[in-house]
Design a protein around this ligand. Structure first.
Ligand code: FES
Length: 167
């Protein structure tokens, strides 16, 4: 049986160590750059059939963290995040408005600012209709409209939700 001398032992140890480090580096690089199958918020989200988008109301779509409605016949995807400090803005069916529970900003059905400290209307997501299905790109945010005259003529329907149990 041949004896291994100290020099050979060290050379082999260095080679094995270098090999292990190379494999670890290759694995880490692959793990960082491999194609992602990400889904959910921040990606494209299916928001249901295009013909189910309400015309004079809104539908909440939790997967896109927002609402679908129509603006002049076109489907619109609104983000529920308040442009003031980021609270979730619920839709109030009785008033027909979005009412932020945090500091009282109010937005009309298409997300245009009506009152409160929010600096603009609700932000929107870019979206498209693919094979009759609304596909919302929640990674592509369109800044909400600035303060100004509303482009829809929808007065307050009734009592506000804010300050009631529905809020
Ligand atoms: Fe909505 Fe302040 S977070 S008004």
């Amino acid at each position: 049986m041949s004896k291994i001398n100290r020099r050979d032992l060290l050379v082999r140890a260095w080679k094995w160590g270098f090999g292990l480090v190379s494999v670890a580096a290759a694995w880490t690089t692959w793990d960082m750059f491999k194609p992602s199958n990400a889904s959910g918020f921040g990606t494209k989200v299916s928001a249901g059939p295009a013909d189910s988008v309400p015309i004079d109301n809104v539908t909440e779509v939790p997967a896109m963290r927002g609402y679908l409605t129509t603006d002049k016949g076109e489907a619109v995807a609104l983000w529920w995040k308040c442009p003031h400090l980021g609270c979730r803005v619920p839709w109030c069916d009785s008033s027909g408005e979005f009412e932020c529970p945090c500091h009282g900003s109010v937005f009309n059905r298409v997300g245009e600012w009506r009152e409160g400290p929010a600096p603009r209307g609700l932000d929107r997501f870019s979206m498209q209709i693919v094979d009759g299905v609304v596909e919302v790109d929640t990674g592509s945010v369109i800044t909400g409209p600035p303060h100004g005259p509303e482009t829809i003529d929808e007065p307050v329907r009734g009592p506000k939700c804010e300050g009631t149990e529905d809020a």
